[in-house]
Design a protein around this ligand. Structure first.
Ligand SMILES: NC(=O)c1ccc[n+]([C@@H]2O[C@H](COP(=O)([O-])OP(=O)(O)OC[C@H]3O[C@@H](n4cnc5c(N)ncnc54)[C@H](OP(=O)(O)O)[C@@H]3O)[C@@H](O)[C@H]2O)c1
Length: 155
């Protein structure tokens, strides 16, 4: 599984149920990276997608109550049902957040793609909670723009 996350220097990833910033170059990076694969996300992140499902990708939504999930375009499951839900879906599998789901699946993630954004987010309320090192090591960086640099971390 590949984790994909954008965070600022304080580790902030979200604010009031959405991204705290708007960087089209990072959204394009996300699209070209994940196209053709499966996105695993928490139910709050699914709700935050402006357009759902995202074209060209399969979607798995983690929720404690899959029976209550009524939306089309995603498979809803508990963590216990995740592997069964992923069987037959597109590869690779990307874990796209939010904070609860990075934490939940951290030990199963082989690689993280981390976009470092420079924005301050004074009202940010959701934070990436795990240090990447020493479990992961930084293997490359790619500058997307003056505001965004992608780091690739491998276990
Ligand atoms: N910067 C980034 O890269 C990035 C990426 C993704 C999201 N975000 C932001 O992060 C925020 C959302 O993150 P979040 O941490 O609040 O929510 P989240 O991780 O997206 O989703 C949380 C939900 O996942 C389900 N869940 C969590 N643990 C579970 C477990 N053990 N078993 C079953 N289901 C479980 C629950 O759904 P139910 O309530 O349905 O049970 C829970 O409410 C938003 O602001 C979003 O925009 C940022």
């Amino acid at each position: 599984m590949i984790g994909v996350v954008a965070m600022n220097p304080a580790g902030c990833i979200g604010e009031a149920g959405r991204l705290p910033w708007h960087h089209p170059e990072d959204l394009q990076f996300f699209k070209r990276t994940t196209l053709g694969g499966t996105l695993v996300m928490g139910r709050v992140t699914w709700d935050s997608l402006p357009r759902r499902p995202l074209p060209g990708r399969d979607h798995v939504v983690l929720t404690r109550d899959p029976d209550a999930f009524r939306e089309e375009g995603a498979v809803a499951t508990t963590p216990e049902g995740l592997d069964a839900a992923l069987a037959g879906l597109k590869r690779p599998v990307f874990v796209i957040g939010g904070a609860q789901i990075y934490d939940l699946l951290f030990d199963r993630i082989d690689e993280f793609l981390v976009t470092r954004v420079l924005d301050e987010a004074p009202n940010g309320d959701t934070f990436f909670s795990r240090p990447l090192a020493p479990a992961f090591r930084l293997v490359s960086t790619e500058v997307l723009s003056p505001a965004c640099t992608v780091e690739r971390w491998q276990r």
